[in-house]
Design a protein around this ligand. Sequence first.
Ligand SMILES: Cc1cc2nc3c(=O)[nH]c(=O)nc-3n(C[C@H](O)[C@H](O)[C@H](O)COP(=O)(O)OP(=O)(O)OC[C@H]3O[C@@H](n4cnc5c(N)ncnc54)[C@H](O)[C@@H]3O)c2cc1C
Length: 412
Amino acid sequence: MQKKKKIGIIGAGIQGVCNALFLQRKGYEVTIFDKREPGSSASYGNAGHFSPYASVPLNRPDVLSDVPSMLLSTRGPLALKWNYVYKMLPWFYSFVKNCRENKMMHTAKYMHQILDLSLPAFDELFEEINLDGLIEHKGIMYVWTNKSLKSRDLEINLRNNLGVKQRLLSPKEIHDLEPNLKPFYDGGVIYDYARHARNPKKILIKLFENFTSKGGKFLKLNIEKLDFDEEKPVIRSETQRFIFDKLVIACGAFSKKFTDKLHENIPLETERGYHVHFKGYENLISRPIVYADKGFGMTPMEQGLRVVGTVEFGGLENPLSKSRISNLVLNAREMLDGLPEHNDEWLGFRPTLPDFLPIIGPSKNFKNVFYSFGHHHLGWTLGAISGKIISSMISDENTNLDLEPYSSLRFS
Ligand SMILES: Cc1cc2nc3c(=O)[nH]c(=O)nc-3n(C[C@H](O)[C@H](O)[C@H](O)COP(=O)(O)OP(=O)(O)OC[C@H]3O[C@@H](n4cnc5c(N)ncnc54)[C@H](O)[C@@H]3O)c2cc1C
């Protein structure tokens, strides 16, 4: 009998776990490594949106003109840690180049290609686990004021062109759907077929337990080194060494450490995001609501009302910013009356490339290493489809998708 091929995966976030499940289905012997428990990083604290509609990227012409005013406002969606700015200059430079209309259209098209397949891919994995009460099918709503109409029009038109289903809402319709929202809004949209997680970590753990119940292995180790024995990847923690036929790097915002070792200069940075909970206040709304002008949202979750979002550029080492937490709390109070003191203050790291496309595919220099990272604001939604694509690539199967736009070669 032929021996099963061994695959190592570094990272037990949503990317690592979904990669593991699809690879296991194809008959590989899979081991996941993480320095923390599964689902402890970005995949824990996100807004829980499954957003198959979200193909309009953040690299777009209108964003550039809005950035200065966003940075000057303490209540706005964007902030910088000034001690980190100089380290991000190359990323900013590349981001600005990617804000041209043709680049925006390219990203939108190829985000749409995978987002459109994201829910069916998750459904394949969800078939095998009991998710009672953990996923809601009530859609995701965005609201805005007339001050941000120009940007909202761009998004609505672009999504229409891509064939994304959306239902525009009048203020009365918003009120009828979410009567507790204060009437600050002038319009909105709902994506009826979008879903939300009531507890992303619990869902991830259910997927992970399904993986281990079928013989998948997990080792809680910090992987420090990566080299090769002949062509086989070898990874090392402080005290142990492991050799695999193939290796998947799924370390989210922490992946650059490994791609640097593999001699690829990939401009991966992090967009830091935050959340707080208002415990016991989740019933104030029925579904996730995003306040588009301010770049944050509220999701009803098991832990309470999760108020989540904002983008802060500041790398992986800077501490949590209290000003970003107050920004979330004040913004939430602008949307809902009667919120008490908040609980839990969380900072997480979105893994983001300057063209806002993920990297899904083989490494440039080592054919037995694959990448699944860089999914920025959509890594939760794109977990299953990315895992499915990588498992097909590793098995040399045709996906009938155009996968070149996700290749790391675009940065070489
Ligand atoms: C505030 C916020 C809100 C968000 N909301 C949404 C949303 O609503 N919908 C959506 O689709 N996406 C959302 N996202 C994005 C999404 O959460 C991320 O893109 C996604 O979780 C990334 O998953 P990942 O598996 O790539 O990385 P992670 O979840 O960060 O996992 C990476 C793992 O790698 C491990 N690791 C790193 N280095 C090593 C090492 N050397 N050795 C061993 N292990 C290592 C880490 O410990 C970690 O567990 C949000 C993100 C944030 C921050």
